[in-house]
Design a protein around this ligand. Sequence first.
Ligand code: NAD
Ligand code: FES
Length: 281
Amino acid sequence: MYKIVEKREIAPRIKLMKVLAPEVSRKAQPGQFIVLRVDERGERFPLTIADWNPKDGTITLVFLEVGVSTRKLGELNEGDTILDILGPLGNPTEVRNYGVVCVVGGGVGIAAAYPIARAFKKSGNRVVSIIGARSANLLIFEREMADFSDELYVSTDDGTKGHKGFVSDVLKMLLQKEYGFNMVYAVGPAVMMRAVAEVTRPYGIKTIVSLNPIMVDGMGMCGTCRVTVGGRVRFACVDGPEFDAHEVDFGELIKRQTAFIQEERAALEYWEANRRVSRGV
Ligand code: NAD
Ligand code: FES
């Protein structure tokens, strides 16, 4: 059992939780994730570790409430416990001095980009970050990203803050201004990572993405998280989660991510109906 020691809603439907998980916090490295199960009837799902503190034994998780599992997690409060946390899982980010690194974070993926930007900065890189959300009120971790970025660009789809448009548009603009990035790292929705890959491809810039397919065991045994990279089948949980963006078959990834969308919607409706009954509303 893993105790929640802090819980905050940092944007509509986006929650931050600090959880007591001393073993995980001691071993966590940038780019790694955990697989959790809220309760005995819960499904297993992955969340990137947004931060960790070995001194107080906590890890920080940031998630968007989309389906039953994330809604159930979001309903827990400080003092409540999470049944299982497995991790840290996945290969850590290859952190070294590349020179000038651009870190791109989209939506809730900005929380996952934060430890990456911090690690690149601490390794002596010049870090240029681009973060974006649909609207200003959904923009998270702006101050945290600013703390470890030499330059920070903000975009919103609706233009309520920063540049109007996608993070990939800002990246394109910077590359046209001849920003010499030695490496680009992107994390966020698959469509965003695909767009980033297409922006950097003509420039031949090394581009790494953190993939988030559906996962079950997180240990390379069930095959749920398979992705095609460079024409080869890879398991994101043990071979990734980070891969060369120019080699990823994003079309297949997006198709697999949305394969259970109807079942997920039905499960959410069923859960909400049961919840209304149990609350007598
Ligand atoms: P969102 O749909 O609000 O999009 C966030 C930003 O991504 C947008 O503001 C835009 O700048 C960019 N974007 C979106 N669509 C784009 C497109 N077609 N072309 C170019 N750029 C585009 O994001 P959300 O609802 O917060 O979802 C975040 C996603 O990040 C989820 O799918 C989640 O699974 C994923 N995620 C991944 C990881 C990881 O480790 N890989 C970690 C956390 C979250
Ligand atoms: Fe089962 Fe990766 S989640 S193999």
